[in-house]
Write a protein of this length. Structure first.
Length: 223
């Protein structure tokens, strides 16, 4: 029976990816059994939120994820980030592969809210592994064995790496998903007040003011 050990040892932005993606370096070592012909590896990536301390400003921002301070003891749970399948090529003793994990910017997801709140130091991650190992048996025949969920690795991701990567793709903008009815009401408000863009429209609503179009040649005013 083939036995494997896993260790996540680094992370870097995946160049030329269509969406912001972090490539985590995974080192695999064969600790038992015959040479490996291939591995169909399933990886679950989770944020181990309880393995980190939080500043007051971070706790305030994370209230939308974990609730108020008096709820944290029960609510500070791992956050699922990604689940991916990777095919590992043949190796005798060890191999290194990349685990590509997309970095979403969708504000409704708990993972995005977590990264929004945590901008300094590190984000603790857990990688859980499962899958099928195809290996050479003692008789030279092809054998298969399963990787149990006890196989895992931890990694502290620098928070700034996630933020710099998403900023490269999205700049200073964010996606905000609303219902069609809310969008139509917002569009009508924008048209009614002749607002130049969506950013100005939202700020006008937040400020309780809206610019009023002025006659040509006259200065605009707000109400």
């Amino acid at each position: 029976m083939a036995d494997l050990a896993f260790a996540v040892t680094g992370a870097r932005p995946l160049e030329h990816a269509a969406v912001p993606t972090l490539a985590f370096r995974l080192d695999i070592a064969r600790t038992g059994g015959g040479p490996v012909r291939s591995v169909t590896l399933t990886t679950t990536v989770r944020i181990a939120a309880a393995r980190r301390r939080y500043a007051p400003a971070e706790r305030l921002s994370l209230a939308r994820v974990f609730g108020q301070d008096d709820q944290w003891a029960a609510a500070l749970r791992p956050l699922a980030w990604a689940r991916l399948t990777t095919t590992v090529p043949p190796f005798d003793d060890s191999a290194t592969v990349d685990l590509p994990v997309p970095c979403t910017h969708e504000g409704e997801l708990a993972v995005t809210s977590y990264f929004d709140a945590v901008r300094d130091t590190v984000v603790p991650l857990d990688f859980l592994f499962n899958g099928t190992v195809f290996h050479t048996g003692a008789d030279g025949a092809l054998r298969t064995s399963q990787i149990c969920w006890a196989r895992e690795s931890s990694y502290d991701l620098p928070a700034g790496l996630w933020h710099s990567l998403t900023a490269r793709y999205f700049g200073g903008t964010r996606w905000l998903r609303v219902s069609r009815e809310a969008h139509d009401d917002l569009a009508a408000y924008r048209d009614r007040h002749a607002l130049a863009d969506w950013d100005t429209t939202v700020r006008a609503l937040l400020d309780g003011t809206a610019p009023v179009p002025a006659p040509e040649g006259a200065a605009a005013w707000t109400r």
